[in-house]
Design a protein around this ligand. Structure first.
Ligand code: SF4
Length: 434
């Protein structure tokens, strides 16, 4: 590979969406704290929740924490849940204790959970009250990561959209990249833009509160992640305008994403070619190695991370795979339009989940790879299907040119593993590629 297939007419843009609203199998939005706390160096995420919430965070973050963590759980005990104690007073006390012990904290997020929602603890008012006490040194915001309201990546959307109203105003023309990426990947993106001659690039979220972007009517923003629909709306309420583009996965997605920004800034074709030719060639070469193993293979996406549509575009167009079903928890048709337009017609596009019905469709289709959450992977493997954990796609650096080969490799490795286990049935899972 990588001669790209010709552009389809409207691709899957007009494909009717199968909407399902049954039982779903996906993490709650608290999970986003794992990558957000690493990104925002002066933030603390205080989950107001139960021991279950604390366990979820602790196990998702890994058991070893060597530095003082920047997230924690204010546990709602039975007397709180029964209304026998004033949860607001206890919360104020906990926050006092935390902020006096940790002067490095400049942003405090009160994160709602299922239990705090059930007892109707008003965290918005709590955040306003605590801002009155601890501001302006500490900015206190709130959002919900509850499993009743949010899935997996929606936690980041809820967090960033909560930040938007507090961003400084500007009338200046500026470019804001929206979404939390590992620093090294973010630096690559900014470096490419600077070499195109586009400076004054800011990122939401900033690495600390002092580096959060300013927003106003002359702000243009480009999303880095497809799951930021509420954040996009919040930015537009502040007058910002979205730059429409496919998401920057793979060679094609990254090039189209950069090209959309370059067009807005009047970058010449020659400059664009000069800046992108080298990294594009590296990306194509790295993808081609993996595409050898992926070409002609079928893939089925269960709804999980909301990355499913752009990843299906990457895998079908750049790796030669065939998508059977592209399931996503929510389909922001506006944000996904550019990617949908590039996916050849054919796959079922589904939104939401009725897990039993979807399992039936998957088992009947017998795809070569199934992308799903941890809870579904083992039962599907037991039925002889090859699976890929969706959560890895969020925790692994996969955006932009330099990560394009690794992204394709995430999908070829389960096939390698299956092949090794077939050839050596006694090999342990540890000996086979993950
Ligand atoms: S927020 Fe809800 S779904 Fe998430 S860990 Fe807590 S109780 Fe479980």
């Amino acid at each position: 590979m990588n001669d790209l297939a010709p552009l389809p007419n409207r691709g899957c843009q007009d494909t009717p969406v199968l909407k399902e609203r049954g039982q779903r199998e996906v993490f709650c939005g608290l999970t986003g704290i794992i990558w957000l706390h690493r990104k925002m160096q002066d933030a603390f995420f205080l989950v107001v929740g139960s021991r279950t919430c604390a366990h979820l965070l602790q196990s998702a973050a890994g058991v070893m924490i060597f530095a003082e963590p920047r997230f924690g759980t204010a546990i709602l005990e039975e007397k709180d849940l029964a209304g026998m104690a004033d949860a607001n007073e206890e919360l104020d006390r906990e926050v006092d204790r935390l902020l006096s012990r940790r002067p490095d904290i400049r942003q405090l997020f009160l994160v709602g959970s299922c239990p705090s929602e059930v007892i109707k603890l008003d965290l918005e008012r709590a955040a306003q009250r605590l801002t009155g006490i601890h501001g302006p040194r500490v900015r206190v915001l709130n959002y919900s990561g509850s499993g009743i309201e949010t899935t997996f990546t929606q936690g980041e959307d809820a967090c960033l959209s909560a930040m938007v109203p507090s961003l400084p105003d500007t009338d200046a023309q500026n470019l804001v990249l929206v979404g939390s990426l590992p620093d090294v990947v973010e630096d690559q993106a900014i470096s490419l833009l600077e070499r195109l001659g586009i400076s004054d690039v800011q990122v939401l979220p900033g690495r600390d509160a002092a580096h959060d972007p300013a927003v106003g009517p002359n702000t243009r923003y480009a999303l880095l992640q497809p799951f930021l629909g509420d954040t996009a709306q919040a930015l537009e309420r502040r007058g910002a305008t979205r730059i429409d583009a496919p998401f920057p996965f793979g060679d094609e997605g990254t090039t189209a994403w950069l090209a959309a920004i370059a067009a807005l800034y009047g970058v010449s074709r020659e400059t664009f070619e000069a800046v992108t030719a080298g990294p594009r060639a590296r990306a194509r070469k790295a993808i081609a190695v993996q595409a050898e193993k992926l070409r002609g293979k079928s893939i089925f996406f269960f709804p999980d991370s909301q990355l499913e549509v752009p990843l299906a575009r990457f895998l079908t167009r750049e790796c030669g795979m065939e998508a059977v079903e592209i399931g996503t928890p929510f389909l922001h048709k506006g944000l996904a339009a550019a990617d949908l337009a590039l996916i050849p017609e054919g796959p079922t596009i589904s939104e939401g989940q009725d897990v039993d019905l979807q399992l039936d469709r998957c088992i009947a289709a017998r795809p070569d790879i199934t992308v799903c959450g941890l809870g579904l992977a083992n039962p599907l493997e037991a039925r002889g299907l090859t699976t890929k954990w969706a959560i890895e796609l969020v925790f692994t650096p996969v955006h932009f040119y330099e990560q394009a080969g690794d992204l394709a490799g995430l999908f070829s490795r389960p096939l390698d593993r299956k092949r090794v286990l077939r050839l050596h049935p006694n090999a342990s899972a540890q000996e086979a590629p993950a």
